[in-house]
Design a binder for this molecule. Structure first.
Ligand SMILES: *Cc1c(COP(=O)(O)O)cnc(C)c1O
Length: 366
């Protein structure tokens, strides 16, 4: 068959082991997954209440324009409805953007390490990938600017960055946006926006008025606790949205996911509570790292990238045997580190006890 040249030799995305698989393999009764930065508290209780009392007609296609959800998000953000595009998770928006703008002969600029889907999608489209190493976990915007040339189509800024958690502050970001040529799309991936606590990063939505070449990506998968429903959205100038819309699948969000995202969106108090719990949880990790002199990156998310002073894969395996699934830095381009989702206070305590034991085994701690 006549496959695209660039997909030969490519491997399918390998999701972390499932909870059931790990239970069976290690004979454990309880497993805690702190691997994918989902909300450990789940979604707003209003979602469960809604599900218990509503019924739906599943025979009909969903509203392809997500009219009601669109109106709700637009109102919440203080923007127009035609300044939004909805995706089956922001993952789908990343793929829509690359499909619309990348092809052999153009290039795309991104940090390294950053969210793996940017490079993966760019590779499928056959575009040249220009990776600019981070500085102290943060995007090196000056060097990224230098990497841009007349063939650059898309620049990715993941803020806060996955896997480091470091946020790009508003001042350098604005200075950067002023210098990026207006025919280069800048994607601001803000999957963790709701968790940001830095006062130097406030709200980027007004940027779309001044920078018609910027799209902001947000999602219901992280703080809203709805990863299973696959709803993400892009915020941009209406001309930009209109160009992208034909690339989107016609019915890419389900009836249920549109309805539930709307319910979750109304519960600000829940998000606020999760933010507070996350800050408390993060403290537990910081205290542990400080006490044991393990480096970590200042995070504005619900995960932490922390040093283990040992082989990350060995630490990963040791933790899995003890009932905790996390991400090894080896898989994320940060060897010697692990990425851990901040859990509930009890989960964090359990995790740090087990990590202590693993690091003692490795001779890192005594
Ligand atoms: C989790 C994540 C996404 C994907 O989120 P979905 O909306 O579930 O597809 C996108 N970007 C970053 C940086 C993420 O961490």
């Amino acid at each position: 068959m006549k496959w695209k040249e660039q997909i030969t030799g490519m491997k399918a995305y390998k999701p972390g082991k499932s909870i059931d698989a790990v239970k069976r393999e290690f004979g454990l009764e309880e497993i805690v997954r702190l691997a994918s930065n989902e909300n450990p508290f789940g979604s707003s209780p209003k979602v469960q209440e809604f599900l218990a009392k509503e019924s739906f007609n599943f025979a009909l296609y969903p509203d392809g324009y997500a009219t009601e959800l669109r109106a709700a998000v637009a109102t919440k953000l203080g923007i127009s409805e035609n300044e939004l595009i909805f995706g089956n998770g922001s993952d789908e928006l990343i793929s829509i953007i690359t499909r619309a703008l990348l092809y052999p002969g153009v290039n795309t600029v991104m940090g390294n390490p950053t969210f793996s889907q940017y490079a993966l999608n760019a590779k499928i489209e056959g575009a040249e990938i220009r990776e600019v190493p981070l500085i102290d976990g943060n995007h090196d915007l000056d060097t990224m600017l230098e990497a841009i040339d007349e063939n650059t189509a898309v620049v990715w800024v993941c803020s806060p960055n996955n896997p480091t958690g470091v946020v790009v502050e508003d001042e350098p970001l604005q200075a950067f946006l002023k210098k990026v040529p207006s025919d280069v799309l800048v994607v601001l991936d803000e999957a963790y926006f709701e968790y940001v606590t830095s006062a130097a990063h406030v709200n980027t939505v007004p940027y779309i008025q001044n920078y018609p070449n910027v799209i902001i990506l947000r999602t219901f998968s992280k703080a809203y606790g709805l990863a299973a429903f696959r709803v993400g959205y892009g915020i941009a100038n209406k001309e930009l949205i209109a160009k992208m819309e034909p690339v989107r699948g016609p019915f890419n969000n389900t009836v249920l996911s549109q309805a539930i995202a709307q319910v979750a969106l109304q519960d600000d108090a829940y998000i606020e509570k999760c933010r507070e719990e996350n800050s408390k949880g993060l403290k537990q990790f910081e205290v542990f790292c400080d006490k044991n002199k393990l480096h970590y990156f200042p995070t504005n998310t619900n995960f932490i990238l922390m040093e283990v002073k040992a082989d990350s894969d060995v630490v990963f395996q040791g933790l899995m045997k003890r009932g905790f699934i996390i991400r090894s830095g080896n898989a994320l381009g940060t060897p010697g580190y692990i990425r851990v989702t901040i859990g509930t206070q009890a989960q964090n305590e359990g995790f740090l006890t087990q990590l202590d034991a693993v690091l003692q085994e490795q001779g890192v701690l005594s």
